[in-house]
Design a protein around this ligand. Structure first.
Ligand code: NAD
Ligand code: UGA
Length: 458
């Protein structure tokens, strides 16, 4: 079959897989190939057990795979055959050398740029899908054109705004698609080609264009603003706990001002996920490198409050449970960084489990999708940790339950049965404020929500 366009995506992760599956699903006239250096990951994309859990993903992959969606490890071949190349490799926080712990580690991204340069035999549109520091496109252009072989490359920025757990819905009906380009005639032509791809299912008003630096920076700033809202509400949850105010009531009253808005105001044990922390650290690093220390300090505060929120959670547990957790069994309800994903990267549950182990607690973990990742994250932690799929079995005999992830399944459990099976006094620490606290209190639990007065029988 002759396809209208040949599209390649380098990096078959949480972004590359779902975004390309959506393009292939919506545009059967294009051939979409996703490549990765990790053969195991590619094998899973080609199997019935996809490497990531995302509601709705299985269906669209099943429809498009083999028709116009392909997963492969043949990177060189993919580059040669494609006119349009998305790059969605990982850009984690650097762990070594200058900028360690702050700057983005661009080694995977740079290797990709070199691979494209070496394998390309004709004009390519190269699209930054990964989240990158502002001005990265300039470096990409320099690498791509350094062979001086007459091949033209147009670099675009097209950051991804979908969130895990809702990625398919976000990709199908995005608030906006952002495309940044050079304002040269060739840059604008490349931009129009990408607009044309999204216009197959996204309305034109939602496809916005900008200069390439604004596009790169907008991605970091969007994540910083989102995370800032969570740290803002979490900082006030600490104040609520000292004043008998209720964070849910405060958030509702504040969020009803349409200038503020009601989304992303759920107090929690802190934000997790692979992007908020790394992207804010990167923003802070860029600001400091440019001598903007006050701006850097301002955004660093978002991370500090997030760390504080996790520490506060453990300190509250310790103080409620008579200042010792040693030998007590604590059951973690959820381990994923949010509901509807098996992803545990930067999940608050990782540091909370680590701190519980330091306090010599016995830990049982349950989660509908994330146990496999939890085992990897907690490998090497002293003391046996139980991983149990069934929440009733996991909480059997425990002293306390701590809700880490807002999975719906935890709101529908039979808490009378759970209470009976637990050691008394029985505690629930609701790190997501998803349970019916009054009802739990009536059953006999001592209930500690976030940012609300505790309900105790003492
Ligand atoms: P990921 O780690 O899940 O996937 C990245 C993939 O790239 C891995 O499978 C890795 O093997 C592959 N890779 C690395 N170097 C390669 C190379 N040279 N050639 C081929 N493959 C290579 O990461 P992710 O969560 O998909 O994130 C990717 C980027 O997208 C990051 O910059 C992230 O900040 C950004 N982002 C992520 C999300 C999200 O929901 N996770 C949302 C928006 C933006
Ligand atoms: C986030 C952004 O929402 C996406 O727009 C962005 O594309 C993505 O990062 C990225 O760049 O990777 P994601 O991290 O997948 O998406 O999930 P979110 O829904 O943003 O949740 C992040 C964390 O904040 C989770 O731990 C969640 O539980 C927590 N959260 C969220 C709260 O604690 N309270 C809230 O009100 C909302």
């Amino acid at each position: 079959m002759n396809f209208e366009k040949t599209i390649l995506c380098i990096g078959a992760g949480y972004v590359g897989g779902p975004t390309m599956a959506m393009i292939a699903y919506k545009c059967p006239q294009y051939k979409v190939t996703v490549v990765d250096i990790n053969p195991e990951r590619i094998a899973r994309w080609n199997s019935d057990e996809l490497p990531i859990y995302e509601p709705g993903l299985d269906e669209i992959v099943k429809t498009a795979r083999g028709r116009n969606l392909f997963f492969s490890t043949e990177i060189e071949k993919g580059i040669k055959e494609s006119e349009i190349i998305f790059v969605s490799v990982n850009t984690p926080t650097k762990t070594y050398g200058t900028g360690a712990g702050m700057a983005a580690d661009l080694q995977y991204w740079e290797k990709t740029a070199r691979q494209i340069r070496e394998s390309a035999e004709s004009h390519k549109i190269v699209i930054e899908k990964s989240t990158l520091p502002v001005k990265t496109a300039l470096a990409m252009e320099r690498i791509l054109t350094s062979m001086n072989n007459g091949i033209r490359f147009d670099v675009l920025s097209n950051p991804e705004f979908s969130a895990e757990g809702t990625a398919i819905k976000d990709l199908e009906d995005p608030d906006r698609v952002l495309i940044g380009s050079r304002e040269t005639s060739s840059g604008l032509k490349a931009r129009d080609e990408l607009v044309e791809i999204y216009a197959n299912w996204v309305s034109r008003e939602r496809i916005i264009t900008s200069n390439i630096w604004s596009s790169e920076l907008s991605k970091l700033v969007s994540n910083a603003f989102l995370a800032q809202r969570i740290s803002s509400v979490n900082s006030i949850s600490a104040l609520c706990e000292k004043t008998e105010a209720n964070i849910a009531e405060v958030a509702r009253a504040v969020g009803m001002d349409c200038r503020i808005g009601d989304k992303f105001l759920n107090a929690s044990i802190g934000f997790g996920g692979s992007c908020f922390k790394k992207d804010i650290l990167n923003l802070v690093y860029i600001c400091r490198s440019l001598g903007l220390d006050e701006v850097a300090d301002y955004w660093e505060g978002v991370i500090k409050i997030n760390d504080y929120q996790k520490e506060r959670f453990i300190l509250n547990m310790l103080s409620a449970m008579f200042n010792t957790l040693a030998g007590k069994k604590i059951c973690l309800f959820g381990f994923a960084f949010k509901a509807n994903t098996g992803d545990t990267r930067e999940s608050p549950a990782i540091s909370i489990a680590g701190k519980l182990a330091e306090e010599k607690a016995i830990i049982a973990i349950t989660d509908p999708q994330a146990l496999r990742n939890a085992m990897i994250d907690l490998d090497g932690i002293d003391g046996g940790i139980e991983y149990v799929e069934d929440p009733y079995e996991a909480s059997n005999g425990c002293d306390a339950i701590a809700v880490m992830t807002e999975w719906d399944v935890y709101t529908d459990l039979d808490y009378e049965q759970i209470y009976k099976s637990m050691t008394k006094p029985a505690f629930i620490f609701d790190g997501r404020n998803i349970l019916d606290h009054e009802k739990l209190f009536e059953i006999g639990f001592n209930v500690f929500p976030i940012g609300k007065p505790p309900l105790t029988h003492f």
